[in-house]
Ligand binder design. Structure first.
Ligand SMILES: CC(=O)SCCNC(=O)CCNC(=O)[C@H](O)C(C)(C)COP(=O)(O)OP(=O)(O)OC[C@H]1O[C@@H](n2cnc3c(N)ncnc32)[C@H](O)[C@@H]1OP(=O)(O)O
Ligand SMILES: O=CC(=O)O
Ligand SMILES: [Mg+2]
Length: 518
């Protein structure tokens, strides 16, 4: 048993999880089935669009409940896995908030899940500390720390280690339920609150589900309704058409929306993958200045500010590069440029992946945002249509792009299978969302009639096999035979190939990956 399990899975906490599962798992399964049904409609050629039946909400005059004082200024939020040392580093980083991540940045092994809950429990009580065995360095919290927020797993993921009447509990209910159960009252006594990030929502009905979970959980613990505050990631293409509705459903429990750019690109590919006019160029060519990405971020800002909610920016992939000052400077320049664009557009804050980037992002926001947020900038000048959100980015597919997708995808999956959900690869932050882009591009390029390299060669199974074999050979040379064998690279390569060859597109690589995790 993982050390500390008894402290987290107390009889009372298990009873709480049981109640959440009983109340909400049935509806979760219906919502997942609704995603599948919608996919079939997209496969038949339907385009995502604003919903007719919720027009009154989009056109209505309403705002979300006032946002708590400690969430008013979120100009820089750091994100990271629920690892003990990283939690301390993130809370001490100088960022206004820290999103502790059970989703994209975490491989959901049982020990990661239990340790993560223990670490967060200690962090909330400020008793968290860490000794690094390799260099004897000690870690503890500074007097002033970031506001803690927790991202629970998405609706699609199960937590297979807790089964109720033979069924696994939802990963998201497990993460939310345990963090809330153990910490909500403590957080309130310390003048803050139970704050969450909600990932990968595809509709306002999913937001309604989360709202019902919150209402139920607060009542069960005797905590006032409206205490929980969540920030919903707009990181799927269907959700971009339901931003008002998502805010509306969660209006008593919302703090804002966040533009989760990497999953958004993945979702665009995944949901529209069979449509003849939809094919994306190399991953490196799809940027935040691509018109469809600008349309979505601008609409998010306008929608949030109209409802007095915050519009958070996203994650630039660059991270500090040690031992190469010039490359490091270039990485910082790119992050600064990204953050400058976000604050100029009207975002109220942004994400960074690394403590070394807090100052870079803060400088850009400080320079242009004198107030704690800029919710007063209503951006009434923005006029985004469905066609703008669906504008397919132009560019080219190169052999290099195909090779990078294979290599980076396998390197990330190997890391995830080893229990690390975020990894530095080619000096960029890679996590579950970025890896999904890589493998979904390869899947689509092989099958799409326009799946051709810039030199006219067809991207087919033979080309993929050749490129993939080459890339695995190169990887083996770089990491070494032994590391390749024992570092889960073979398993990762097998999974990448399986996902690529399955005609029925797998919704998330982490679903098959999870079967291989302990
Ligand atoms: C698409 C999305 O969902 S984005 C959000 C999800 N993704 C993430 O949260 C990624 C977060 N970032 C990370 O996990 C890491 O920065 C990585 C994996 C990208 C790079 O990690 P590393 O190569 O180990 O970073 P590096 O060696 O430069 O770290 C230096 C120090 O900073 C710390 N550090 C790095 N990133 C973080 C972080 N996000 N939070 C807290 N501490 C961090 C390290 O623990 C290390 O501390 P130490 O000096 O006390 O030992
Ligand atoms: O969760 C964030 C993203 O970009 O995906
Ligand atoms: Mg994401």
């Amino acid at each position: 048993m993982t050390v500390g399990t008894e402290e987290i899975l107390t009889p009372e906490a298990l009873e709480f999880l049981y109640c959440l599962h009983e109340q909400f798992n049935g509806r979760r399964k219906e919502l997942l089935a609704a995603r599948e049904a919608r996919q079939r409609r997209f496969d038949a050629g339907e385009k995502p669009d604003f919903l007719e039946e919720t027009k009154h909400i989009r056109e209505g005059d309403w705002t979300v409940a006032p946002i708590p004082p400690d969430l008013q200024d979120r100009r820089v939020e750091i994100t990271g896995p629920v690892d003990r040392k990283m939690i301390i580093n993130a809370l001490n980083s100088g960022a206004k908030a820290f999103m502790a991540d059970f989703e994209d940045a975490t491989s959901p092994t049982w020990s990661n899940m239990i340790d993560g809950q223990l670490n967060l429990k200690d962090a909330v009580r400020r008793t968290i500390s860490f000794e690094q065995a390799s260099n004897g360095k000690s870690y503890s919290l500074n007097d002033e720390t970031a506001v803690l927020m927790v991202r629970a797993r998405g609706l699609h993921l199960d937590e297979k280690h807790i089964r109720i009447d033979g069924e696994p509990i939802a990963g998201g209910l497990f993460d939310f339920g345990l963090y809330f159960f153990h910490n909500a009252k403590e957080l309130l006594s310390r003048g803050t609150g139970p704050y969450f990030y909600l990932p990968k929502l595809e509709s306002h009905l999913e937001a309604r589900w989360w709202n019902e979970v919150f209402v139920f959980a607060q009542e069960k613990l005797g905590i006032p309704n409206g205490t929980i505050r969540s920030t919903v990631l707009i990181e799927t293409i269907p959700a971009a058409f339901e931003m008002d509705e998502i805010l509306y459903e969660l209006r008593d429990h919302i703090a804002g929306l966040n533009c989760g750019r990497w999953d958004y690109i993945f979702s665009f590919i995944k949901r529209l993958r069979t449509q003849p006019d939809v094919i994306l160029p190399d991953r490196g060519q799809v940027t935040m200045t691509s018109p469809f990405m600008r349309a979505y971020t601008q609409l998010c800002i306008q929608t949030c500010h109209k409802r007095n909610a915050f519009a958070m920016g996203g994650m630039a992939a660059q991270i500090p590069i040690r031992n190469n000052a010039q490359a490091n400077e270039e990485a910082f320049r790119k992050v600064a440029e990204d953050k400058r664009r976000e604050v100029t557009d009207g975002h109220d804050g942004t994400w960074v992946a690394h403590p070394g980037l807090v100052a870079v992002a803060k400088a850009e926001f400080d320079a242009q945002m004198e107030t704690p947020n800029q919710v007063h900038r209503k951006r009434e000048d923005v006029n985004v249509t469905a066609a703008d959100l669906l504008e397919v980015p132009t560019g080219t597919i190169t052999e290099e792009g195909l090779r990078t997708n294979c290599s980076v995808g396998v390197q990330y999956i190997a890391s995830w299978l080893r229990g690390n959900g975020a990894a530095p690869i080619n000096h960029l932050m890679e996590d579950a969302a970025t890896a999904e882009i890589s493998r979904s591009q390869v899947w689509q390029w092989i099958r799409h009639p326009e799946g051709k390299l810039i030199d006219g060669r067809d991207i087919n199974v033979d080309l993929f096999k050749k490129v993939f074999t080459d890339e695995m050979k190169k990887l083996k040379e770089v990491v070494g035979e032994k590391e390749f064998r024992f570092g889960k690279f073979n398993e990762a390569a097998d999974l990448f190939v399986d996902l690529t060859f399955e005609d029925e597109f797998e919704e998330f690589l982490t679903l098959q990956g999870y079967e291989k995790l302990s």
